[in-house]
Ligand binder design. Structure first.
Ligand code: SF4
Ligand code: SF4
Length: 429
């Protein structure tokens, strides 16, 4: 398996070993060993859940800085639709776009524009005969990675259309070269302004494409204060926004689905909810469902760990901002008369099953390990208390079988063992 470059990292010196994070990780990627958290890199999907729950800010996201790209001749900002919900008393998106120019960008391409195109491509894709249903949105990279490690039977259901971030980057570069024919590829850089760490890791380990056209990812909360200060200097912003209600709605959970004009959809957000939904889809408990939109962050992208504002406040702001906008301002012109989608918007590669949760490649060995895990689990306290450093008793048993932990890490078991020894000693006396 290729090495995954993660955005989520641990600042070991800040970690107090409190175990808050181990239980919230959807892939059981975290253990506490010797008083400090450790992330099993191959299991992490960069969902950002541990960043949200760590009381000591020991889990952090790595991202780029604008300064890293200062030598590029032409810098394009790709604001995520979630950015529009971050500002108090804002009644016009053009302030944000003008503010981005003042922050040093040469051009701005709204991801919401690409989202409107993806909505139409998706509508068209859903009309295809013989596709796996329900179709699952591919927009949230943490969800696609979760499917690839935990729900391999659903890989074929994932929408094989480029997510808005990728399409926006490609269109932005194309537009820039059209506007400035003298620009060479190496002069241009496209920087996504991200609400979440999963998008940072998407750019470093793209899904569905060989190489992402996004050159760097800036954290929304890092750019925020500079952007606010520039926005405050603007009296009359230029009329620059080119997105409508549909594009902006992608910022919150349910926005992508409502653009499909098909009421047989399900939209869920928050990692626990999406695991539940994926479990139910795997068990074929949803009959007649056509589309599923899943966002790892609570509330959708507005709830990302790199956003500034509370997700629900941001959503309410977006609602009032889009009130006077047209439904959509971007429509594809490249869908074939027979409904064929252009190759440029389809995935270039598939999603691979990453069997990181599998016990062993060899089936017989895996079965043996399973039996050992069962045996060990029966000797543990079954409280899932986390004091051993593993999220559940079963996870500790698995670590023991894999040689990564000892049954004596279970403090209750250790206590019982010590009591036994003590009583044996006292009998001998
Ligand atoms: S980012 Fe998500 S998957 Fe990765 S360690 Fe944290 S909680 Fe687990
Ligand atoms: S939540 Fe996890 S990373 Fe944060 S201090 Fe506790 S154990 Fe360490």
């Amino acid at each position: 398996m290729n090495k995954v470059h993660h955005s989520v990292t641990l600042q070991t010196e800040l970690c107090k070993g409190c175990t808050h994070c181990i239980k919230r990780c959807p892939t059981e990627a975290i253990r506490v060993r010797n008083g400090k958290a450790v992330i099993k890199s191959e299991r992490c999907i960069d969902c950002g859940e541990c960043i949200r729950v760590c009381p000591y800010q020991a889990k952090q996201a790595k991202y780029d800085s604008l300064e890293d790209f200062k030598d590029y001749k032409y810098k394009i900002a790709l604001p995520a639709p979630a950015l529009y919900g971050q500002f108090d008393k804002l009644d016009d998106i053009d302030y944000i776009i003008s503010g981005l120019y003042r922050c040093g960008f040469d051009d701005v391409f709204e991801v919401a524009r690409a989202a409107e195109l993806v909505s139409e491509y998706t509508r068209q894709y859903m009309k295809r005969e013989g596709i796996a249903k329900p179709v699952i949105s591919s927009a949230c990279p943490a969800v696609v990675r979760l499917i690839s490690v935990r729900f391999p039977s659903l890989i074929d259901n994932v929408l094989p259309v480029m997510p808005p971030i990728e399409l926006a980057a490609r269109l932005a570069k194309k537009e820039a070269k059209k506007k400035h024919p003298d620009l060479k590829d190496e002069d241009i850089c496209v920087l996504f302004i991200s609400p979440c760490p999963a998008k940072v890791s998407y750019v470093r380990n793209p899904i569905g494409v060989e190489k992402s056209a996004v050159d760097g990812v800036l954290a929304m909360r890092e750019l925020y204060f500079k952007l606010v200060s520039e926005m405050n200097k603007i009296d009359n912003p230029t009329n620059a926004s080119q997105s409508g209600i549909i594009g902006m709605s992608w910022a919150g959970g349910g926005g992508e689905s409502s653009a499909l004009m098909n009421d047989r959809y399900l939209a869920a957000d928050g990692i626990e909810n999406i695991i539940h939904v994926l479990d139910e889809i795997e068990k074929e408990n949803f009959i007649g469902l056509e589309f599923v939109e899943l966002n790892a962050c609570p509330g959708g992208c507005v709830g990302g760990a790199l956003a500034v504002e509370n997700a629900y406040i941001a959503k309410a702001r977006l609602q009032s901002l889009r009130r006077y906008l047209p439904v959509s301002l971007n429509h594809p012109t490249d869908i074939g008369a027979d409904g064929r989608l252009p190759d440029e918007v389809l995935w270039e590669t598939g999603v691979d099953y990453s069997p990181v949760l599998r016990l062993d490649e060899n089936r017989v060995t895996a079965m043996k390990k399973m039996a050992q895990i069962q045996q060990i689990s029966e000797t543990l306290c079954d409280l899932d208390c986390g004091s051993c450093g593993a999220p559940t008793c079963r996870a500790l048993a698995e670590d023991v079988v894999n040689g990564e932990a000892s049954v004596d890490d279970c403090i209750i078991r250790l206590k019982q063992k010590l009591q036994r020894l003590e009583s044996e000693e006292s009998k001998e006396d």
